[in-house]
Design a protein around this ligand. Sequence first.
Ligand code: NAP
Length: 256
Amino acid sequence: MIRVALTGALGRMGTLVIQELSKQNDMDLVAGLDIIGEGKPLSRDVTAAHASKIKEILSQTNPDVLIDFTEPNAAVNNVLSATENDVNLVVGTTGFKRDQLETMRNAINGKVAAVISPNFSVGVNVFWKLIALAAENLKDFDVEVIEAHHNQKKDAPSGTALAVVEILKKTLGDIEVVSGRDGSCLRGKEIGMHAIRAGDIVGDHIVLFAGPGERLEIKHQAHSRMAFASGAIKAARWVVGARTGIYSMADVIGSR
Ligand code: NAP
């Protein structure tokens, strides 16, 4: 049995990860932590523990992997606690600053295996590849990235949209990203970025390539957070057998 701990256990993603875990024959939830709901039942055997107890919970329950869907400051702390306890990682939290990513990378490398991805859906991983292909073939086209998410999302642009920018920059060079536009703003050679926050939208991303007389739009829409939860479970199963290091979802689904 793969022993799984979960941080952000009572959040939108955490709740779905627990549902998805309960359907797996080879996985057991051994711990769930959140800053709310201490003592709340998460499964038949596990109740929510307070987030501040992460170190003692990890050492008591000895999980093979920690899945994290929290917020950036919490996730960095959880990653450090996991690496101190030799627990592998699946990190789904988004919105990290550069120095936070660096801190996590330094803690993980040579210590445990970690899959870090701003999007665990299988479809988005193909979407990223299609963008690389389009960028390679449409170098002179204008590129705009449009993303839409629910009104509770804390970070903007989304981690998935930022990953799109990194992919585009590999082909187009280190060009400027212009977020939204207002007033006098003649377009230059830039990547336009637009973040919509409304209602209960799970996650839409469009990358628009426009040239003379035509445009190409590559679009992904997540209909349900289940797409992310089941991807995170796949990543957790994969990461317990992986060598130490940092991996992406492309490694998990074997599409690199
Ligand atoms: P959410 O509903 O706000 O859930 C986050 C949960 O983590 C909340 O219950 C929060 O408590 C809790 N939390 C905060 N600090 C914590 C700590 N130190 N330890 C344990 N739990 C803590 O958000 P969500 O929609 O589930 O999303 C969570 C993260 O995953 C976000 O960064 C989001 O962008 C990302 N995400 C990634 C993917 C992907 O595929 N990679 C997909 C969807 C979402 P409070 O509510 O009390 O603060």
